[in-house]
Design a protein around this ligand. Sequence first.
Ligand SMILES: NC(=O)c1ccc[n+]([C@@H]2O[C@H](COP(=O)([O-])OP(=O)(O)OC[C@H]3O[C@@H](n4cnc5c(N)ncnc54)[C@H](OP(=O)(O)O)[C@@H]3O)[C@@H](O)[C@H]2O)c1
Length: 81
Amino acid sequence: MKTLVIGATGTIGRAVAERLEPEHEVIRASRNSGTRVDLETPVSIDALFATVGTVDAVICCAAGGQLTPLASLPTTSSRSV
Ligand SMILES: NC(=O)c1ccc[n+]([C@@H]2O[C@H](COP(=O)([O-])OP(=O)(O)OC[C@H]3O[C@@H](n4cnc5c(N)ncnc54)[C@H](OP(=O)(O)O)[C@@H]3O)[C@@H](O)[C@H]2O)c1
């Protein structure tokens, strides 16, 4: 399968791409290397798909944000659900 992995330079994306590569055609995309895309910029996503063409699967492992120990997270409001 022709598979697009977005966030392929990250910890998770790199592992996913490496696992798929022996059996599939993998296109690696990320913000700063490989096939470029910035998911915060819609025109960039359009450009990505215009570049790679039709794919069989898209796996998105891209994201940002600091991982923080659970105990240090701020408490939320006391609203009951
Ligand atoms: N690693 C873990 O153990 C773990 C556990 C639980 C949850 N998570 C969550 O899973 C997600 C991915 O984790 P990770 O550890 O693989 O992160 P990471 O190593 O920081 O990699 C993030 C990937 O996303 C790409 N990226 C970030 N912002 C982007 C954007 N706006 N447009 C396009 N690509 C973008 C980065 O590309 P560039 O490098 O080119 O910017 C990079 O390839 C995060 O939300 C993280 O919180 C991770």
